[in-house]
Every structure is written in C-alpha cells, then in structure tokens.
Design a protein around this ligand. Sequence first.
Ligand code: ARG
Ligand code: ZN
Length: 847
Amino acid sequence: RAIHLSDYLPYTHLVEEVALVFRLAPKATRVAATLRLAPNPARPGRHDLRLDGENLRLLSLRLNGAALECAPDDTGLTIPAAHLPDGPFTVETEVEIDPEGNTALEGLYMSRGMYCTQCEAEGFRKITFYPDRPDVMAPFRVRVEGDLPVLLSNGNPTGQGTGWAEWVDPWPKPAYLFALVAGDLVAHSAPFRTASGREVALNIWVRKGDEDRCAYAMDSLIRSMRWDEEVYGREYDLDVFNIVAVDDFNMGAMENKGLNIFNSKFVLASPETATDDDFARIEAIIAHEYFHNWTGNRITCRDWFQLCLKEGLTVFRDQQFSGDMRSHAVKRIEDVLLLRARQFREDGGPLAHPVRPDSYVEINNFYTATIYEKGAEVIGMLKRLVGDEGYAKALDLYFTRHDGQAATIEDWLTVFQDATGRDLTQFKRWYTEAGTPRVKVWEEWDGATYTLTFEQENPPTPGQPEKGAKVIPIALGLLNPNGDEVLPTTVLELTEGRQSFRFPAATRPVPSILRGFSAPVVLEREVSPEERAFLLAHDTDPFNKWEAGRALAKDLLARMVTDGAAPGPDWLDAIARVTFDETLDPAFRALALRLPGEDDMAATLHAGGVTPDPARIWTERRRMAEALAKRLGPQLPGLIEALAEPGPFTPDARAAGRRSLRIAALNLLTRIDGGRAAQAAYRAANNMTEEVGALVALLEAGAGQEELVAFEARWAKDRNVMDKWFALQIALAHPDRAVGVTEALTRHPDFDWKNPNRFRSVIGALSGNHAGFHHASGAGYRLVADWLLKLDPLNPQTAARMSTAFDTWPRYDADRQGMVQAELARMAATPGLSRDLGEMVGRMRGV
Ligand code: ARG
Ligand code: ZN
C-alpha cells in the first residue's frame, strides 16, 4: 500500500504528444485522447504499457488505429508488451466521466454550473487513461466542446467558434498541470508586456457580478510578473495568462500552466468584503501560483517525493515577494508565527515527516506545513549559508540546467554545490530527517572573552529514532548594556552536537541569538524577564525584538497557568512602551500586542514537562489580556482616535498596519468598557477589516449577538463573507459553548457542508477553538469525528486534511488521550474509510 522513494524507476515509455477532445455534458462528458508514445531508452527492453485511470467508463480503445480488446481494472489499463510495436505508436481512447457526480473535487467536476479541474497530484487519471506521474512530460493539444460561452484550457488559444475552442500548450508538462474550465464567465482583463517584449493578455475569469472584485488580484499578478523578471530574471512564456475563481475547491489555488485555478476566496476582494489579511493573502497566493510557472512548471518534480522542490522554493519566493511589497520585518514575524503554529506542531507529533518524505500511502496527505513552510525555511538557510550572490548564481544555474526537466532534491543541491563550491552533504539532512532541532545555549564571560556554547538535539520522530547533527545557521548580534550594538549580525555555523564560539568583550554583552529566525529550531536558553525586556526595547533586529516580547509573554502565561502568577510590571510596562512608541511601525506594534495562542501555549507547556489544561490556558490568557487592557486602558481611546484613516480605504501595508494596531487597541478596550467602543466601531465601519475587527472584539468579550444578526442580514448572499460569519462565532465561542454553537450552525440552512470553504468555516473553526475542541466532555472530539466520517465518502481529501485536528493528542491528560484514541479507533473501524483518511488516522494512532 505504501509507495517508496527507493522504488523509483523511469516510466517505460515517452509521451511525445497528447491530443484531447472534450465533449462536455454534466453527467456524461466524453473524453477522447490520442497519445503518441515511444519506448523510453531509459528503460531498455520490452515493457507492457500501463496507463492510470480511475472511475472511467472505457468506450473505445485503439492501437495504431486498430480496435483493441483490453479491459481496465480499478486503477488503470494495461496493454501487454506483446501487442506493442518496437518503435513509436499511437493509443486512442474514449471514455465517459460524470463531472456532476464528482464530489471529491478532483479530476473534472462541476461547481455551481461551471466545469473545472483539479489534477494535482493524481487527478488526471480521473479524466482519461494516462501515465499520471510528473516525470512524464508532453505538449498538449485540447479541443473543448460545450454549450457554455467560455471554454478554457492550458497554453495559447488556437481557434474558437460557437460551442468549441482549441488550445495548444507548447511547453511539455506533466498531467497534473492540465486544466480545463467551462462556464458562463466574465473576464477582468489587463495587458502585460514582458521585459523582452512579449505581449501577454491577462484575464481573471469570474461569475457575472464578481467582476468588480478582481482589481486587487490583477494588480498583484502584474506586480508578481514584474518582480519575477527583476529579481529572478524569469519571464512569462505564453501569450495569455488566465486565472479562474471557483467556489468549490479543496485547497487554496493551483498553478496549472497558463490557467491558474483559484479558490474564489483568494481572488475576490473589495474593501467592503475583504479584510486586510484577505488582501495580503490574495497578493501572496497570486504570486505563489504565478511563480510556479518557473519553479514547478518549467522545472517540475521527478516524483511526488520531491514535492518540496517546487513548493518549498515557491513559498520561499512568495515570502520574498511579500516582504518586498510590504515589510520584511512584519512578514518574517507572521511567517514564523505560522511555522510554529502549524509546522512545529506537525513536526512534534505523530504526523512528523521529512521535508522530503521517503514513503507515503496517499500523496494528497503530504501537502503539509512541513513540505511547504519548512521546505521554504530550508531554502532560507541555504541562502544564508552561501550568501546572496551564491544564491543568485545557484538559481541561475538551476534554471539553465534543469529547464524542461523533472528534477530531484539531489539535482537542486548539486546546483548549489556546483555554483558555490560548498559541500552540502550534511545540509541534506534538513531534507531527509524530520523533527524540530532543539538548541541549548550557555554563555560565559571572563572579563575579556565572551563564549557562547550551543548544543543541538534532534529528537526522534516516527520511523526515525536517531539522527545526526544538522548544519544550523545562527544569526547573532551582541549589544552592550547601554543598548548599543557591539557585534552586528554575524552568522555562526553550528555543525556539531556541541560547539563554542568566542568573542572579545571588555564588558559582558547581551546576546541576540537566532536573529531573523535564521533556522527552524527551538532555542532553549534561560533568560531573565529583565533581559527580555531589554531586548524588546533595544534589539536592532526586528524579529528578535518582537521575539523578546513574545518570550516574555509566554514565560508569564506559563507561570500564570502553572503557579497562579499574576501579570506584573515587567511585561505590562514593556508592552506599553512598544505600543505607544511612534518610531515603530504600527503593524509591528500590533504584532507585539498579540498574545501567544492557546495551542502554542499547550505545546510549550508540554515540552516543559507540564500537562496542559486547555480550560486553564483559556482562562489565564483572558486574564492576561484583561490585565493588559487595564494597564493600557486610559491611553487606548487616544490611540484608536489617532490611528483613524480619514480618506478612502486603501489595501496597502501602511494603511493595513495602522488598522491592525487600531483594532488591537479596540480589542483590549472592549474588555474594560462594556463593549461601547466596539459597538460604535461596528456601526461606523465602512470596510470589512474594521467590521470584523469590531465583531471579533465583541465576541471575545462575550457580546456581539446583535452585530451577528446584523452581519448575517447584510451578507447572507455573499458566500465568502458568510464563511467569516460562521467561522468567527465558533472560533471565538466560550469553551463551554463552542460545541453547542457549532451544532446549531450545522443546522443553519446555509451550512452547505459539501462546500469545502463552508465545511472548514464550521468544523475547522471548532478544531481551532483550542479549549472548545479539547473540552473535558469530549463533545468537541466527537462532533469533529462525526463530521469527518460524514464528509469522507464524498470528499476524502478535505476530510483527511481536517483530521489533523487530532494530531496533538499526546500532549494532553490521560482522559483526553483516551477520548481522542476512541474517536481515532472509531474512524479507523468505519467500513469503506478512504485511503486518505485511513492513512491519517493510522499515522495519528501510531500504527
Ligand atoms: N500546487 C498547489 C499549490 O501549492 C497546491 C495543490 C494542492 N494539491 C493537493 N492535492 N492538496 O499552489
Ligand atoms: Zn504551490
């Protein structure tokens, strides 16, 4: 059942060309495929031809024009070698498929009257018989016939008439990049001229009525295209670039060649309907999918074990882009928050796997934070180790050497070795070994020399009991006690289990370690609250400045939970200083005000040997927010006032940063003013950022019922906005009421549970309500498991992804562990459980 990297063999045949004809019909679409094949010299000898195919009704099969009798099995079709000629040959198939009955949203399916596809990773085999693997690359010709006005596929349009359109994609591509869209759509269009003068027509296709919500996505696309030319020297390579927004989509978006398909929530935006976070995410995802054109499409992956080759690199590139467009400091803090919340969590539990896994059962289960986010971190470390110039040289070599190929992590590392001369043998462990390294630090100062000693520990993970020392780049700065920097950022390379670094120092310096979060590790160091407050005030590295405040807050919250400590002036005064420091970016100040998350706190307590009590974490975190509100209280109204934006809404980083600080201040004020300011802000809001900000403040304070009613009345017809309405009231519900609120909302007429966004907004929101999901009654566990089991037969991919809610069970007490295990066992024992959910449940149970 499991597939292993070590079993890789090239495909038996080459696909020289593919021609497809689609005759669209909701329940009976016909797909005719003509494949020109030839034996692959990389696999000498005579071989059967094995084509993948699932849920296909085979209508006809021809080999070199002659009909062939050959019955498919459950997973494909084999034409025995005896039938095949020695040289090139042609296979023609015609199949019938049922897009309307396709609830898994993989392959060709329908979303509200429109046809669309999702083929990555292995959806193309649900469209036609084909070698559905990324190392089989071919040029595609596609004809689409159907009675819908807009008929799209990959590449350049080569002809169209009433009821048909033809497309040619000249760039050889794997089947997972195939796409087709047909619908009654309208385009928001713009021209683009590439650096070398190619005219490209850009179109964002949406339903009628949504065309006025495309401007920001288009602007993001144009900026992405320009940025990739300027920063990576990469130009676009077709005459058209199409983006389509789809309401029913299992993931964020997909980089199909020349025809990106997006979850509509990552395209459509207007000030009235999208928050600043939505705008930022749209910008990042548009960029991400566009950047895949080079890192993913022109150079793809040899097999799915190499997924991080395209995803880690493309995430790294979109992070660089967002940093350039907005603020590098703020972007880095946000990325690390996400990395810790999702990837460290994954790496520390039963689902831990290497950035390049060596086996899997269902590849869709490996589109994870580890592949994406840790995959990007690994590239960030590589760049730090070889320097900006070395990185640029290596990337140039990567693009010239591997263009048009399906490559591996070995190829990638070889490029860096060849371009920079650096031996990356040890570095490769970052790709092959799972788990978050823990780095302990000690300091010593003898009056003349300052010594830092590091010790790294690489904890065991499933299937990997032991691992070697990693290369860990540690960016370090030293400050003197006045707060002046005496050693600007320097990168130490930790390569051994234990290693010391010495610096001349006439006074004892204060170290700023792991600046910019230079490696995805947990740093363990005993630091006094005074020193943390000192760094929060003086560190010149914005990440570590923020990190100092965060660590101060986490230390405090941990003490509040474990021994009933109360927030004292060390934390309160330090945060107050940052909050009102007008020399600092408001977005940074807002991040400094954000309290540690409950799940993060649970993980930290568990790592420190304390069994986390979710209800207690919830209560103490609230107490912490109240103490802060009281401390800042008198100055909050003035801050809110000063941050008001007089003019019309603009989504840029400056305005967004001011709003985020303003909303953070409002949120605190709401805890002490009986909700008056937030109610007024809700009524006055003329954009979704402030509307949601005020609503969140009220809900967190246990109020907001009237506003929820008003919100629903106003937005009932808007799916993307209503997702927020569903999610917020569950995510912010009191722990004792979260399950009840969720149950009530599952009976709401607009709870369309077959729509992945809506399912995530309800069931996903409950899983994200830490104290509600982990409620001592076990009702949270039961409700989530019930819904996963209900969704699984229809949409296994989304059910499997959402099952990760359960992966933290080893942290909690025996009662909770028992209840989670019972739910996992119940799921495992369910007849007909999908391979997707089955694999996840099995891994979480440790079997
Ligand atoms: N390649 C897409 C992206 O990163 C995501 C595809 C996710 N596919 C999946 N089967 N989960 O943009
Ligand atoms: Zn991607």
